[in-house]
Ligand binder design. Structure first.
Ligand code: BGP
Length: 470
């Protein structure tokens, strides 16, 4: 293997969780409810995160497992309603102490913390006071919380992520925004996204002002798009959806620039944000230090004639392969299955080459180092005689890590790779049934017993050889 095709010596091999999906303890030690807690406690089959994997009470054991696997990095999120549960600027000492204890454990094992500032858990009090992210006052409240995070943990955390997947929230998720039903979500989402971008830029600038040693960047969910054929209109269709779900957000967050044709497209259904001149100045003067990317799947697009009937995307909620309904947007694109690829039970295409496509597309456009903060596969799992032989996950991770190494050979500056997820936790869309972890969590037992899966040991070996012997 050529030297330049290898992962760097200080490569950040890691694994990820997020607070609302793993911590549980949603009303403990002064924490108040977040909108994620509410939307996941309803009858809809969404996740039950009141206890979840109970990371809040198991963090010592979990970080020990992480260390024994050989992890160099841990990507987690700080929970706003645990740190600043009520009045702006007022700190919750007990919540802050929890994260200090967690950081102490990471330090003990020499594991680098990578912290997301916002992973969907907006305090209900902020939602109620201002109507949530569609109102600029929420950005001010967020900044008050971010300042606390920087003052409390800034010396201890070298990598911060601002907002997790603003793009995926925009495309698919009212649930993360407390906007139930398609209409309100579609109407408000441009305003919400604009405020996310402002919050991101202000957090970047505050980080640079207060913490010269720390690095900060956005975390996108990226879905590369192939054209179904070499028909030129299929290529235009692929560009349309790729710009609408990928580049629109990257240009805004990284360059402070709205792609006006995409903005016009969305403005057909969404109210326009008030874009002040000073907003654009702010957005273009907040340079990220790196780009975090979450990757799961790719898409295929073909042209959709204007005479066609539109079709809403209908995700496969039940985990029954082949039940998703692809969207049709006449005059722009339609998505379809990729006949070259296998799919997961939830109809997500398994596409290792796609992660290489993504890394090249992003790195060679923005020339910033990239950190993979999520990559993994969900399975329906049950222990078999006490162990979980998750061969499917091993195959998925092996092929994706190889593709990352190839991207390094393509010249991409890759800082690290974090598996989603370290532990089984509550899936954003599907609750407890969809398991992603390297470590199994027994939701049936009160003590939430942990069982490392076969992939845990396998990934440990990957880390040992720095990913170079796959
Ligand atoms: C990303 C989120 C994660 C995680 C993952 C898997 O979009 O950042 O929080 O949930 O997707 O998605 P899901 O749980 O819906 O399968």
């Amino acid at each position: 293997m050529r030297e330049k095709d290898r992962f760097s010596e200080n490569f950040l091999w890691g694994a990820s969780i997020s607070a609302y999906q793993a911590e549980g303890a949603i009303l403990e030690d002064g924490k108040t409810l977040s909108i994620a807690d509410l939307s996941t406690r309803d009858e809809s089959g969404m996740c039950q995160n009141a206890v979840s994997s109970d990371f809040y009470h198991h963090y010592r054991e979990d970080i020990r497992l992480l260390a024994e696997m050989g992890a160099k990095a841990f990507r987690f999120s700080l929970a706003w309603p645990r740190i600043m549960p009520g009045q702006e600027g007022v700190r919750n000492r007990e919540g802050i102490a929890f994260y200090h204890r967690m950081l102490d454990e990471l330090k003990r094992y020499g594991i680098t913390p990578v912290a997301t500032l916002f992973h969907y858990d907006l305090p209900v009090s902020v939602q109620e006071a201002y109507g949530g992210w569609k109102d600029r006052r929420t950005v001010d409240a967020f900044m008050s919380y971010v300042r606390i995070c920087f003052e409390e943990f800034g010396e201890r955390i070298p990598y911060f992520l601002t907002i997790n997947e603003p793009d995926i929230l925009f495309m698919y998720g009212g649930h993360g925004l407390d906007l139930h039903g398609r209409e309100p979500w579609r109407r408000e989402r441009l305003k919400i996204n604009h405020n996310f971008a402002l919050a991101h830029a202000r957090a970047v600038n505050l980080c640079h002002e207060l913490l010269p040693g720390a690095k900060i960047g956005p975390a996108f969910g990226y879905v590369p798009v192939y054209a179904k054929s070499c028909r030129p209109l299929d290529r235009i269709a692929a560009m349309n959806i790729s710009e609408q779900q990928n580049q629109f957000f990257q240009e805004l967050f990284l360059n402070g620039r709205y792609m006006s044709h995409v903005l016009d497209f969305y403005a057909q259904e969404s109210e326009m944000p008030e874009i002040e001149e000073s907003d654009l100045e702010l957005l273009s003067s907040a340079p990220s230090d790196f780009i975090a990317l979450n990757y799961y799947k790719s898409d295929v697009a073909k042209w959709c004639e204007t005479s066609e009937e539109p079709q809403e995307m209908q995700g496969n909620a039940g985990g029954r392969k082949g039940t998703c309904v692809y969207p049709k947007v006449p005059g722009f694109y339609e998505l379809c299955a990729n006949s070259y690829l296998e799919r997961t039970n939830w109809d997500w295409e398994i596409d290792p080459a796609g992660i290489r496509v993504m890394l090249r597309e992003v790195y060679h456009r923005y020339h910033l180092p990239v950190l993979i903060t999520e990559n993994g596969v969900a399975c329906l799992e049950q222990p078999e005689e006490g162990s979980i032989p998750d061969e499917e996950r091993i195959a998925y991770l092996r092929d994706h890590i190889r593709a990352c190494r190839e991207a390094v050979g393509d010249g991409v500056e890759l800082l690290g790779y974090c598996v989603w997820s370290f532990l089984d936790l509550m899936s954003t869309g599907h609750g407890a049934s969809k398991r992603y972890g390297l470590v199994y969590v027994d939701y049936g037992s009160k003590e939430r017993k942990r069982i490392p899966k076969k992939s845990y040991a396998w990934y440990g070996n990957v880390i040992k050889c720095n990913g170079n012997e796959l």
